[in-house]
Design a protein around this ligand. Structure first.
Ligand SMILES: [Zn+2]
Length: 571
């Protein structure tokens, strides 16, 4: 008889990191559900393979056997258990991947050729972690401290952050090109937000944080005590305080720092906040601000119904459902973003539109209103130029009354065939304002099947094309672009453009979210900024962002897994 295979399975993970204890003084853990599969030792699965290679000591450890019975176990001293590190990292990477696939309604690939992302939980001796496209891998460092080793592979936030870099790089490879302070900051801010919302959607985490900051005698709490300030100052900030700041450099402190940023319109224009990590915090703070508002709206709504009292469970449910829905919104937004030169305002319009498509009515909890307000509190306005008086502020405009030609392309193959989509682009290049003198490539065509909360489904096809052209500074004016001051005529550069095409169920173009290659409004500030920064022809790498470190494979295999101690490297 063929055995019934469960589609999902459960793992118990370290909820935040081993320094964060629950009310029982034990390490706070949480149970997560991920896609089920038959794992090879490592664990090595269909999308993620853990390879326990230590580049600092040049040892490749024997892969750990996977036993289903272990999945719900967290050892008393997780630091000392190499097999648990592997399992914990695998499970969290898979959870983030599955979360992206659920939000986008399709499979999501990595940025490199190949299906399996390599994950090295003990890659090097340093307090750092990074994603490297060239190595198809995420590397986690470890570091000795007086109390024992600190492992970045035991931090939920760090794992989710690095996995998000890998996923965004697959969905939007153009975001590592040099462009603007916003684009440079986006990867970091977005990775922080996915990490934070992933953590805030865990019941164990929110329950523990709430228990720490409210009297536990009663199952009911007075709603008026849970003001936005109290939630921010007590519950969330309490959570942030617990996340070890010293341990993980810039990662573990994201929640703590972002939540404290004052709502000041001047920040975004200041020199300090043009630096990518600082600017990424503004992005994170805008979304966190929205989270707080919506959570508070939900608590008030419960309070109105129950004579000013809310149940603890209701408060926790409010947080995890809000975090979960916001996570869906921000991930779906990626599909509605232009593939090059992203500004925070574009992302905001993309998020609003992505949510509107499935939930036209925002009146119950006001997700989109809160997002608009969150970004506005730092001076970021929606990128949409949709005319006033349209359904809702900030939504992308549809292509309007432009008569596009559909009769020379086949609707069915437009759902998956890049050549067919390219033909559609070429046929309609005038109406879609696509330059025919640049190198143009349809990078991806993805049919999507997105689920709404009420059982409503939305079928869309998302196609992404990119354009680029190399030219010298002296040629800029021929294309209507301005040359930055003091730039010599012979400086060579690449100009990027491109768009995301969203087709509806019937194969009609619903949205065209693009940055035109010959748009002076977009390209002139970009060129000026990059020229002034001296970063005109550079490309951001995560290895450089986090830490430069190469992984070599010329090593011996250790006879069996051993605890990480100084001097245990056997050749
Ligand atoms: Zn990062």
């Amino acid at each position: 008889m063929v055995p019934h295979l469960q589609p999902t399975c459960k793992y118990r993970i370290v909820a935040l990191d081993p320094s964060v204890r629950g009310p029982d003084r034990n390490i706070l853990t949480a149970v997560i559900e991920i896609p089920n599969e038959r794992l090879a030792p490592g664990p090595r699965g269909y999308r993620v393979q853990v390879v326990d290679y230590d580049a600092s000591n040049r040892i490749l450890y024997e892969p750990a056997e996977c036993r289903e019975a272990d999945n719900l176990k967290v050892p008393k001293n997780p630091e000392k258990d190499r097999a648990f590190h592997a399992r914990n990292t695998y499970a969290i990477v898979m959870r983030v991947l599955a979360r992206f696939e659920r939000a986008l309604g399709r499979r999501v690939g990595w940025s490199f050729l190949g299906h399996q992302l390599t994950v090295a939980p003990h890659a090097f001796l340093d307090l750092n972690a990074f994603y490297s496209k060239d190595d198809h891998a995420i590397f986690f460092g470890y570091y000795p401290q007086q109390s024992g080793h600190v492992f970045t592979c035991l931090s939920h936030e760090v794992i989710a952050h690095e996995t998000t870099h890998a996923l965004v790089d697959g969905l939007r490879p153009g975001y590592t090109y040099p462009s603007s302070p916003d684009q440079a900051a986006f990867h970091e801010g977005f990775a922080d937000i996915v990490a934070l919302l992933s953590v805030l959607s865990l019941r164990e985490v929110v329950t523990a944080a709430l228990d720490l900051h409210t009297a536990k005698e009663s199952e009911l709490i007075r709603a008026s005590l849970l003001t936005e300030e109290a939630l921010k100052g007590g519950v969330l900030f309490g959570l942030a305080q617990q996340v070890g700041e010293a341990m993980y450099g810039t990662h573990g402190v994201a929640l703590r720092r972002s939540i404290q940023l004052p709502h000041d319109l001047k920040l975004a224009k200041s020199e300090e906040f043009k630096e990518s990590h600082r600017r990424g915090e503004l992005f994170a703070a805008a979304v966190l601000g929205a989270f707080l508002k919506i959570w508070k709206n939900r608590i008030d709504l419960f309070g109105e119904r129950q004579k000013g009292m809310v149940s603890r469970v209701g408060v926790v449910d409010g947080a995890i459902e809000t975090a979960d829905h916001l996570l869906t919104i921000v991930i779906r937004a990626l599909d509605y973003c232009p593939p090059t030169d992203l500004l925070f305002g574009d992302f905001l319009s993309a998020a609003l539109t992505a949510d509107y498509e499935l939930y036209p009515d925002d009146s119950r909890y006001g997700y989109r209103k809160a997002l608009r307000e969150g970004f506005a509190s730092f001076g970021f306005r929606p990128g949409s130029e949709a005319p006033q008086g349209t359904v809702e502020p900030g939504l992308w405009a549809d292509p309007g009354s432009v008569e596009l030609h559909y009769n020379r392309t086949h609707h069915e193959s437009m759902k998956y065939d890049a050549d067919e989509v390219f033909r559609f682009l070429w046929e309609n290049r005038d109406k879609l304002e696509i330059a025919d003198n640049a190198y143009t490539r349809v990078e991806s065509v993805w049919p999507c099947y997105r689920a709404g909360g009420d059982g409503f489904h939305l079928r869309e096809t998302v196609a992404v094309y990119s354009q680029q052209i190399k030219l010298a500074a002296r040629e800029l004016h021929k294309h209507g672009l301005g040359k930055p001051r003091d730039m010599p005529d012979d400086v060579e550069m690449t100009i990027y453009g491109g768009g995301s095409l969203i087709f509806d169920e019937a194969g009609r173009l619903k949205y065209h979210l693009r940055n035109r290659i010959w748009s002076a409004k977009r390209q002139d500030p970009r060129l000026r900024y990059l020229w002034e920064q001296g970063s005109l022809n550079t490309r951001k790498s995560f290895a450089a962002l986090h830490l430069e470190r190469a992984l070599r494979h010329d090593v011996a295999v250790a006879p069996e897994a051993q605890p990480l101690e100084e001097g245990d490297h056997a050749g």
